[in-house]
Design a protein around this ligand. Structure first.
Ligand SMILES: NC(=O)c1ccc[n+]([C@@H]2O[C@H](COP(=O)([O-])OP(=O)(O)OC[C@H]3O[C@@H](n4cnc5c(N)ncnc54)[C@H](OP(=O)(O)O)[C@@H]3O)[C@@H](O)[C@H]2O)c1
Length: 245
């Protein structure tokens, strides 16, 4: 679609990081029904696979291939999208990592890497796209965690980033109110994704995906935030496993 056409008939746009797997993938699939989704991922092949799956579902997709910790890759992926679309309606931060370690065992590099992916990159991508979010009156949705509220043994790294992410989104919400950008923080409990399988492996526990929240349920929480009438804002949502089957 040309820039002129998109300005005359603005199409809704959504950038989803971590869209190649797990929660981000479910969010991208859902938002693709009525948004042009910028499919975020590190692997071009994985991004193209999802775009193929989503072809014909809604108004279309675009690739956003970048390691979120690389400012150069992120800028290169964003530049053609910023030129094609005047506004960004939704930015979903789902890319994340969850290495587990005790404080006793975690070297500096481990702290730096997890903070880079889960916090610093969220801040930098938000900063880069804010002019377009403001132009559209957009929504920023951060996939946080129950670990954004509580910490436990071996969770200092992960909870540390998710506490920090909550601080980031709480501040951003207040800063952007006057610019018309809403900020939502979604806090899932355990969700049936690769991340949860790896966590079970670390704890030496059997992993049964059916025991945990399905990624589509988190996509539904994101959808609630995005679809809320503009006079209201879904600021913080906690989605926990019910323990019932
Ligand atoms: N699963 C849970 O139980 C759970 C619970 C609460 C919160 N969360 C949060 O939900 C979010 C999504 O988690 P998930 O369970 O869907 O995880 P996942 O299945 O492990 O998927 C993680 C996604 O993040 C991407 N990613 C990781 N590092 C990246 C980087 N440097 N640059 C770009 N993309 C990167 C991965 O891309 P590749 O495919 O290229 O690796 C993948 O698409 C995370 O923020 C996580 O903390 C998860």
């Amino acid at each position: 679609m040309s820039e002129q056409t998109s300005q005359q008939n603005p199409v809704r746009t959504a950038l989803v990081t971590g869209a190649t797997r797990g929660i981000g993938r479910a969010v991208a699939r859902d938002l693709a029904k009525d948004h042009v989704v910028f499919v975020g991922g590190r692997s071009e092949q994985d991004v193209e696979r999802l775009r193929e799956e989503l072809s014909g579902v809604g108004p279309g997709t675009r690739p956003f291939v970048a390691d979120v910790t690389s400012d150069e890759q992120v800028a290169a992926a964003w530049e053609p999208l910023a030129r094609e679309f005047p506004g960004l309606h939704v930015l979903v931060h789902s890319a994340g990592i969850a290495p587990q370690s005790t404080v006793a065992d975690a070297p500096r590099e481990m702290w730096e890497q997890i903070f880079d992916v889960n916090v610093v990159s969220v801040a930098q991508l938000t900063r880069l796209t804010l002019p377009h979010l403001r132009a559209a009156g957009g929504d920023v949705v951060a996939i946080n965690s129950g670990s954004g509220f509580t910490s436990r043994a071996s969770s200092a790294l992960y909870s540390g980033t998710k506490f920090a992410l909550r601080a980031l989104t709480d501040a951003l919400r207040e800063e952007e109110r006057e610019h018309g950008v809403r900020v939502s923080s979604v806090h899932p409990g355990r969700v049936a994704t690769d991340m949860q399988r790896e966590l079970h492996e670390y704890m030496g526990q059997e992993y049964r995906p059916e025991d945990w929240i399905q990624p589509e349920q988190i996509a539904a929480a994101v959808r609630m935030a995005v679809d809320a009438e503009r006079a209201s804002a879904v600021e913080v949502v906690s989605v926990r496993p019910s323990g019932m089957r």
